[in-house]
Design a protein around this ligand. Sequence first.
Ligand SMILES: [Zn+2]
Length: 114
Amino acid sequence: MHELGLCSSIVDAIERRAGERSVARVRVRVGRLHHVHPDAFDQSFAVAAMGTVAEDAAAELVLLPVRARCGACEATWESDTIPLVCPTCASVELELVGGDELVLESIEYRGRKA
Ligand SMILES: [Zn+2]
């Protein structure tokens, strides 16, 4: 389950930012190229967060689409999977320009507002 490695990285990032503060909720943006399954993500996050400031925190996963650009006609588009041909001109000269994001977008702490 590779989500666990990914969640460990996220928890490391949370610990660096949170310091001693107890974390209530985080929001994470993950590109679809990471092939993260939401259920596996929840379980892995709970395991990775155990014994840290993020223990019992709610993790909200925001999946970002794969974005591709065509080298032939310069069309760009979004997809849930890795595209093989350009939908506009059928060229295979494609470049992936998004979908590998891994961003800790926000952290909410316990016992404080905002
Ligand atoms: Zn094209």
